[in-house]
Design a protein around this ligand. Structure first.
Ligand code: PLP
Length: 405
């Protein structure tokens, strides 16, 4: 008789954002006249920029003619995009990454969920706590996470590396390095960053213990301070221990268009095998490439006009961060993040849980955010606000939050 993958049944409860949506729906049904402002889900709200739209139109037209029509894209991505990425995102920052180490994909969620397929189920896994849930859940589905311990809201085979105000939301190096370590900086949900000197310690430790770091840099474009690294390859020795994941979603508003890439350096040899070759094999088997028109749109982001437009998008959202940070700084909320990331992470007042504060803000201020415990047990007592809303809504939300504190 057929047996299912029972690992799926180990995943606890309903997905965070469906639970939030249900609460909002219930509230709206009971209070149809209330106008709710959503600073919860991390999705962009600004439209695609002119360069991107122009590139889409042009490439759509190419698809209409026999001479310029394109079928399957190369598995690993078109060279025009891989070269633009290598030059702009790495060479310009002094990182020695070549175009054939770039694997174009349809986004960082897929890559961050799929990358664990390269590793044996026996490996130990380390994640930050709180954490972007995909890293944990994909290891649960694969059967690497052990059992769920409900009292602790943790899986038995995962090392949770606490990120709290005490360590500026950057984890302490574990005494025993896990085999697979997920790091995400600038961080979702905390908005924290790691300085280059701190990240270098992780690279050195990973090389010493032969661990691999999966470095999620989906929010790289939001870095405003000079001493924050944009790529893990700015650290010495990262090419022998790290895979980096990037996304066009938050950089250029591609959440609905879908484009990202993974960097798997050729020097990354683990257990005698090239992870680059393994990821190429995996891509070739399971993936038929991101759409041509979307890759052309991605390329447009790297042209001079595209770069200016992207700066405009990022500045738009970061002004919202400034509005939130300035507007709430003299309240009883302790605020973190929002300097190099589009997220504000705040300590809830009066020892409220994140869910208590969610209910409080929804009912009293009609503002929606995200309870910290949705990102792991270390998020308990914290709350996330995003900068992805409209300016007017963000200003109004801050006014409302102030009035109920
Ligand atoms: N990585 C992190 C840390 C994220 O927060 C997100 C989206 O919220 C993603 C990856 C997903 O990116 P993409 O839209 O490219 O799949």
């Amino acid at each position: 008789m057929l047996k299912i993958n029972t690992n799926f049944q180990k995943l606890p409860g309903s997905y965070l954002f469906s639970a939030i949506a249900k609460k909002i729906e219930n509230y709206k049904n009971a209070n149809p006249d209330k106008d709710i402002i959503r600073l919860g889900i991390g999705d962009v709200t600004r439209p695609l920029t002119k360069s991107v739209i122009d590139a889409l139109h042009t490439s759509v037209d190419e698809m209409a003619h026999e001479e310029t029509f394109r079928g399957y894209a190369p598995d690993l991505g078109y060279s025009f995009l891989r070269e633009a990425v290598a030059k702009n995102d790495f060479e310009k920052r002094g990182c020695d990454i070549s175009a054939d180490e770039i694997f174009v994909s349809d986004g960082a969620k897929c890559d961050s969920g799929n990358i664990q397929e390269l590793f044996s189920l026996d490996n130990t896994v380390g994640v930050c706590d709180p954490v972007y849930p995909v890293y944990v859940d994909s290891n649960v589905m694969a059967g690497r996470a052990g059992d769920y311990i409900a009292d602790l809201s943790k899986f038995s085979n995962i090392t949770y590396m606490l990120c709290s105000a005490e360590n500026n939301f950057a984890p302490n190096l574990p005494e025993v390095m896990p085999d697979i370590i997920y790091l995400c900086f600038p961080n979702n949900p905390t908005g924290a960053t790691m300085k280059k000197s701190e990240l270098q310690k992780w690279v050195d430790a990973a090389n010493a213990s032969k661990s691999v770091i999966i470095y999620d840099a989906a929010y790289e474009a939001y870095i405003r301070e000079d001493d924050v690294p944009h790529s893990i390859y700015e650290c010495n020795g990262a090419k022998t221990c790290a895979i980096e994941l990037r996304s066009f979603s938050k950089t250029a508003g591609f959440t609905g268009l879908r484009l990202g890439y993974a960097v798997v350096p050729k020097d990354l040899i683990m257990d005698g095998c090239s992870l680059h070759d393994m990821w190429a094999r995996r891509h070739g088997t399971k993936y038929n490439g991101a759409p041509y028109i979307v890759q052309r749109a991605g390329e447009a982001v790297y042209f001079a006009q595209g770069q200016e437009e992207v700066k405009g998008l990022v500045n738009y959202y970061m002004q919202n961060c400034d509005t939130i940070l300035n507007g709430l700084k003299d309240t009883n909320l302790k605020l973190f993040g929002g300097i190099n990331a589009p997220y504000i992470w705040l300590k809830t007042p009066d020892n409220m849980t994140g869910w208590d504060f969610f209910d409080f803000l929804l009912e009293k201020a009609n503002v929606v955010g995200t309870p910290g415990e949705g990102f792991g047990p270390g998020g308990n007592g914290y709350f996330r606000l995003t900068a992805f809303g409209k300016h007017e809504n963000t200003v109004e939300a801050v006014k409302r939050i102030r009035s109920v504190l």
